[in-house]
Design a binder for this molecule. Structure first.
Ligand code: ADP
Ligand code: MG
Length: 289
């Protein structure tokens, strides 16, 4: 794997990174990334409420004034938390919420939030090798709205992971809430952006939109035909992860299906691509069940 240590790495190490970026995202040498964070209208994805358990969209964002998390020292992580927390405190209405520190949060509260999967854990061996776990869990934490629809991870793989989530198939609604939160954040915080690559993040797979939109979808019939599932997923430019996230297994036939491409595609197109693919997957699941 490969991670960037700061915003400038994308230019300083372009000889190394550009070919990886082009191959992973299918991004050509003269392409320029475009952003479109405007809400979409979509027909209901799972009107019978039979397949989709939940919908989650996350974006990664890094602040212009700091190096990236694999490179950060304790003092910088502390300063970062001190910069973003007052901004979250300005959130009103449906985004009003609390911050819980992984380091000195109340143990019972942390346990409950871990069960609700609101917290994040120490990084895996790749992140560990990259330096992301340095001083863990100091200045790591999660801000979440009272209704749990918004979660913001602080000092994980990126400075911020902003997550909009709902236990439903309402992809358009989850996206619209995310657009709203991002506009509130951008009014007060300057994020790293590149003239060609869009938003810059630690992992080159996450640059551009920094967005992964996923549904947890139950597919017992397609689980028995992995080649067929793989074919539909790939032909719609989507990817499959396990139920517990990247590098985990699928349990009870619940797949995490999400966009593969995050650069050279707008946020709005990611949502439309996912919706089209999920519709095709549900049709196939019904046909072979
Ligand atoms: P990312 O790096 O995009 O945040 P990961 O694969 O590391 O994603 O997963 C992060 C967490 O989000 C995992 O606990 C995973 O189970 C959860 N998750 C991913 N998609 C969904 C979804 N649609 N509904 C509920 N939880 C999800
Ligand atoms: Mg992850």
């Amino acid at each position: 794997g490969i991670y960037a240590g700061d915003q400038a790495s994308y230019d300083s190490f372009a000889l190394l990174l550009e070919p990886i970026i082009q191959a992973y995202h299918g991004f050509s040498g003269d392409a320029v990334h475009q952003t479109d964070l405007t809400p979409v209208r979509l027909p209901e994805l799972d009107p019978e409420n039979k397949f989709i358990r939940s919908t989650r969209i996350r974006v990664a964002r890094n602040l212009k004034a700091f190096t990236f998390p694999c490179h950060m020292r304790l003092e910088e992580r502390s300063r970062l938390a001190g910069t973003v927390l007052p901004v979250f405190e300005t959130f009103s209405d449906e985004f009003k919420g609390h911050y819980v520190s992984l380091e000195n949060g109340d143990e019972k509260v942390l346990e409950r939030l871990a069960e609700e999967k609101i917290l994040f854990a120490r990084g895996d061996r790749f992140q560990d090798a990259g330096g992301f776990n340095r001083d863990f869990p100091k200045f790591r934490g999660v801000f979440f709205s009272e209704n749990r629809h918004l979660r913001i991870w602080i000092n994980e793989e990126d400075h911020l992971r902003i997550i909009s989530q709902s236990a439903s198939s309402d992809l358009a609604g989850v996206f619209s809430r995310l657009c709203d939160v991002l506009a509130r954040l951008e009014a007060r915080i300057e994020f790293c952006r590149h003239p060609r690559y869009g938003y810059l993040n630690s992992c080159p797979t996450n640059i551009g939109t920094g967005m992964r939109a996923s549904v947890h979808i139950c597919l017992p019939a397609l689980e028995k035909q992995p080649d067929l599932l793989h074919r539909i997923v790939t032909s719609h430019n989507l990817q499959v992860r396990g139920t517990g996230g990247e590098k985990t297994r699928v349990t009870d036939a619940v797949f995490d299906i999400s966009n593969r491409q995050r650069l050279g595609i707008t946020e709005k197109s990611i949502i439309e691509t996912l919706a089209a693919g999920i519709r095709a997957i549900i049709d196939m699941e019904k046909q072979i069940a």
